[in-house]
Design a protein around this ligand. Sequence first.
Ligand SMILES: *[C@@H]1O[C@H](CO)[C@@H](O)[C@H](O)[C@H]1NC(C)=O
Ligand SMILES: *[C@@H]1O[C@H](CO)[C@@H](O)[C@H](O)[C@H]1NC(C)=O
Ligand SMILES: *[C@@H]1O[C@H](CO)[C@@H](O)[C@H](O)[C@H]1NC(C)=O
Length: 420
Amino acid sequence: MKPAHKLLFVLCPMLVLGFIYYSSGKLHLYVWGQKPRPESGKLRDSKVNEIWDQLHKHSHYDKDVPATVKVHKVTKNTVKSPVTKEPVVEGPVSVGRTVGSVFDKQGFMLNLDTKLPPELVYKYGNLSEGSCKPGYAAAKMTAIYPKFSKPACMFLDRNFKRLAKVNNYLPPFGFKTQERIIDVILSSTKNYGLGPDLDSLSCKRCVIVGNGGILSNKSLGSRIDEYDVVVRLNEAPVNGYTRDVGTKTTMRITYPEGAIQKPERYEKDSLFVFSAFKPLDFKWLRQMVNREKLGTEGFWKSVAHYVPRDPSEIRILNPFFIQEASFQFIGLPQNNGLMGKGNIPTLGTVAITMALHNCDEVAVAGFGYDMNTPHAPLHYYETVKMSAIKESWTHNISKEKEFLRKLVRANIITDLTNGI
Ligand SMILES: *[C@@H]1O[C@H](CO)[C@@H](O)[C@H](O)[C@H]1NC(C)=O
Ligand SMILES: *[C@@H]1O[C@H](CO)[C@@H](O)[C@H](O)[C@H]1NC(C)=O
Ligand SMILES: *[C@@H]1O[C@H](CO)[C@@H](O)[C@H](O)[C@H]1NC(C)=O
């Protein structure tokens, strides 16, 4: 081939690909009605803790809400009430197809088909009605998000340094710089799974119980207790609310500032699952595991001084779920792999991401807020009102909700309280 021909040969496909990419980007913006997001500035490693503190002065989405917060003005296009939900299949599908793009910017199919793929219809054909479907969540996820790869361990184990996707990121997106302290913690906990009974189940059903007021007075407790794995978040209580939230807690995922502070409020027989957001959090965990004296400098609110758990009941959540939820699923700013404004997923979405990889069926309850009822309670266990929500600096609630709605629409997760 002549050099000029060679060049054309290479250039043509590139131009075509470039055009497709360009148009799919534009369409995506059209589909979700967003503006392109500005790239955040570079942050220095040493600044991470400081920035974390700054961010949290403004954030209270999944934890305590200060009494003096301003009322957040809710605009119609950021939050949709359940009443105004769009139909399952909508306009953007045909718009996407006219230029051959079937995926949105995050790599999800624009057409969130709710039907079971034929191979699953066959696989599940002989199962009796209502029985657990092995591999269901991951298979449906792959059907609408082909990049999905199921294997991702729930908790870090002694081989954690081999986890290629996380060993190069600083917390919260990985564990870089924390390897030694994690080694020390894991050599004390000596357990890295859910326990023999759950680990040996051939089909696991999990429910993530969010803390939303939407759980109140729905009497879902007994339904929640039917799941094999019941995941709760931070300090959300069970006692006094069992009719609505159930009695069973397989694990409680938390971070230092979110953890239950009163030792007597910890339930028996649940795993204390630690999710780190900043480097200092690992130090806190080592102090809890080894019952060392606690230095409380550097946290953005008071933290538990004592976790009444045997080391064998403590786990470290794989930070991959924070990374994947933020950068892949929700599409928050990468910020060079460092935490920055609006790029931290909420703990509930992190837990759902974990479940997509590790459970055969996934349900959620207590997620989502109905902004049309500002006097409804924000959390099921306290009287703070919905209207106390204001713009969060750490999370991007509206982008996160877009992701969760894709999961619900495609029937990947079941939303027991219909809040998403
Ligand atoms: C379902 O049952 C039929 C009849 O017993 C059998 O031929 C078929 O292979 C089964 N399908 C699966 C997926 O197990
Ligand atoms: C739940 O029911 C109780 C008792 O009927 C009532 O006082 C409370 O306001 C209800 N909560 C919500 C969120 O509807
Ligand atoms: C959330 O994402 C949208 C769209 O990318 C952006 O316009 C908005 O500023 C983000 N909000 C926060 C709090 O970062």
